[in-house]
Write a protein that binds this ligand. Structure first.
Ligand SMILES: NC(=O)c1ccc[n+]([C@@H]2O[C@H](COP(=O)([O-])OP(=O)(O)OC[C@H]3O[C@@H](n4cnc5c(N)ncnc54)[C@H](OP(=O)(O)O)[C@@H]3O)[C@@H](O)[C@H]2O)c1
Length: 224
């Protein structure tokens, strides 16, 4: 039996948590999802920082420490820096059990030539998450977004596609549907987690595009 790839589930009732949601990417995603009507909880290492960020955003967004954020959410976006990725997930293994985890972490280094991709031992940040969280449903998405555009309240549409990777179709469909709630954005299935490194690494190229053209580049997958 085949299923229409454009037929996505209704995700409007899901609670979305954002670990590291006080940062640029997490705050931007929280804003966009909350604007689309999603219930969002921002997570932080310090509850009061999350509460302050949530109060600034309004739109019913709540703040909590990362553990409570994970516990109360159905879908948990990981938006912490690569440096803190493994330790954050290891500490939250219990709270993340059974949850749909969406990793958007790009392991990058910077030197005088610009940004370059780091290849983690596990293959990618997303595969590291899957290894550290064997009882969670790990997916990868939202790597190619500009946090500047996400956070700019005057920008109505985020015209970009989001590559969504994961092992289970039911999970990647949910993440695609979440992306599709944001005006201008689509979620496009882009394979299993073993393909996550290419997707994470491409951000180094987008940073070069942004520097040359003074842009906030996104991506479109054509003919889909
Ligand atoms: N910025 C972008 O345009 C963009 C686009 C796509 C993907 N991403 C990815 O999204 C992630 C977050 O990016 P960002 O620019 O938002 O980063 P960021 O602002 O530097 O960090 C996000 C939040 O993570 C928390 N944090 C910082 N160091 C941590 C550590 N060692 N352990 C645990 N938590 C820590 C901080 O929150 P608290 O201090 O409140 O805990 C911080 O506000 C990165 O992995 C990046 O690759 C970023």
């Amino acid at each position: 039996m085949t299923t229409d790839p454009y037929d996505l589930p209704d995700v409007s009732g899901l609670v979305v948590g954002v670990l590291g949601g006080t940062g640029d990417q997490g705050r931007g995603l929280a804003l966009r999802l909350a604007r689309a009507g999603q219930k969002v909880i921002i997570g932080s290492r310090a509850a009061e920082r999350a509460e302050a960020a949530a109060a600034e955003l309004g739109l019913g967004v709540e703040g909590a420490d990362n553990a409570e954020c994970a516990r109360r959410s159905d879908v948990v976006i990981i938006a912490v820096p690569w440096d803190g990725h493994a330790a954050t997930l290891t500490a939250l293994r219990e709270e993340l059990r059974g949850k749909l985890v969406v990793d958007c972490v790009n392991p990058l280094g910077f030197d005088k030539k610009g940004a370059y991709a780091i290849k983690p031992e596990e293959g990618s940040a997303a595969e590291q998450a899957a290894a550290l969280l064997p009882e969670s449903r790990v997916t990868a998405a939202f790597h190619h977004l500009s946090a500047v555009l996400l956070q700019d309240e005057s920008v109505e549409r985020i015209d970009t596609d989001v590559m969504v990777l994961g092992e289970k179709r039911a999970d990647t469909d949910i993440v695609q549907a979440l992306a599709a709630r944001i005006p201008g954005m689509r979620g496009v299935f882009a394979g299993r987690l073993r393909g996550a490194h290419q997707v994470e690494a491409l951000v180094a190229n987008l940073i070069s595009v942004n520097r040359r053209y003074k842009a906030h580049a996104g991506l479109r997958v054509t003919d889909v």
